[in-house]
Design a protein around this ligand. Structure first.
Ligand SMILES: Nc1ncnc2c1ncn2[C@@H]1O[C@H](COP(=O)(O)OP(=O)(O)O)[C@@H](O)[C@H]1O
Ligand SMILES: [Mg+2]
Length: 233
C-alpha cells in the first residue's frame, strides 16, 4: 500500500534521513522505533510531503506520490497525526473535527458520527475548547480528526506520548480497533514494546538510516534488540 524507496530528506541543506526504505502492506500495523532525534518524525513528515526531499520515491496505492502536497495525499486517503501541536486549542472539539475535513467536498455530519463511534468520550465534549481537554482526550481528538477523511491509511507519530499507563492502553486498543475497521497504520512509538505488541512488523532507525526490520514478534524476542532498543520489560 505504501512503499518508500531510498528517500533522503531534511529541512535545510542538511540531510536528516538518508536512503530510508520501508513498506507497509494493506491491513498491516507497522511500527518504527529508534532513539530520540534519529529522524523518525522527519520520515513521517517526508511521507506526508512536509520536508525537502532530495532523493528517492514514495508510492501509495500503486501511484507515485513523491513530492505531493499534504492536501493531495489526503484526497488519496492518507491521513497524518503529528507528534506535537495536533489540535487547535482555541477551537471547539466540533470545529477541530470540521477542520479535518476542510480539504474534502460534501457533508461531514456522517463522518463526525463515525468518529464519535470510535471515540464516544468526545460526544459530550463537542462544544468544549480543545485546549481544555485532558492529554488523553486531546490525543483522541487528534486521531479522530485524522479519521474524519475516512482514510485508507493513517500515519501516527508517537500517539501514546505523555499519556498515563491506563490511557495509553486504551489508546492502543483504539488503534487496533481502527485497524480492524480496515485502516492500515504506520506509527512511530517510544513505547516500543507496547507498540510492537499490536504490530505486524517493525523497523528500527538509527542516525537517519534503516537499522533493522522484521516481524514484530521477532524483534520482541531478539535479545540484542531488547537490550539496545526496548529497555527493561
Ligand atoms: N523543523 C525542523 N527544522 C530543522 N531541523 C529539524 C526540524 N525538526 C527536526 N529537526 C532535526 O532533525 C533531527 C531528527 O529529528 P526528528 O525527526 O524529530 O527525530 P525523532 O522523531 O526520531 O526524535 C534532529 O536533529 C532535529 O533537531
Ligand atoms: Mg519524533
Amino acid at each position: 500500500m505504501l512503499s518508500i524507496d531510498s528517500i533522503t530528506a531534511g529541512y535545510t541543506d542538511e540531510n536528516i534521513i538518508n536512503e530510508v526504505s520501508l513498506h507497509v502492506d494493506e491491513g498491516e500495523i507497522v511500527t518504527i522505533i529508534g532513539p530520540n532525534g534519529c529522524g523518525k518524525s522527519t520520515l513521517m513528515k517526508s511521507i506526508f510531503g512536509l520536508t525537502r526531499m532530495r532523493g528517492g520515491r514514495i508510492q501509495f496505492n500503486g501511484q507515485d506520490v513523491t513530492g505531493l502536497k499534504p492536501y493531495e495525499l489526503v484526497k488519496r486517503g492518507l491521513s497524518y497525526v503529528p507528534q506535537e501541536r495536533n489540535v487547535f486549542p482555541a477551537l471547539s472539539v466540533k470545529e477541530n473535527l470540521e477542520m479535518g475535513a476542510i480539504a474534502l467536498a460534501g457533508g461531514i455530519e456522517g463522518r463526525i458520527s463515525l468518529v464519535l463511534e470510535l471515540f464516544p468520550g468526545l460526544a459530550d465534549r463537542m462544544d468544549q475548547k480543545a485546549g481544555t481537554l485532558s492529554g488523553g482526550e486531546q490525543k483522541m481528538l487528534a486521531v479522530g480528526r485524522a479519521m474524519i477523511i475516512n482514510p485508507s491509511m493513517l500515519l501516527l507519530d508517537e500517539p501514546s506520548a505523555a499519556l498515563s499507563p491506563k490511557v495509553m492502553s486504551q489508546l492502543f486498543s483504539e488503534i487496533r480497533g481502527i485497524n480492524e475497521r480496515g485502516v492500515t497504520i504506520l506509527m512511530v512509538e517510544q513505547n516500543a514494546r507496547r507498540a510492537l505488541a499490536i504490530s505486524d512488523r517493525g523497523y528500527i532507525m538509527e542516525m537517519g538510516r534503516n537499522r533493522l526490520e522484521g516481524p514484530a514478534m521477532n524483534l520482541l524476542d531478539n535479545p540484542k534488540v531488547c537490550r539496545l532498543y526496548l529497555g527493561r520489560k
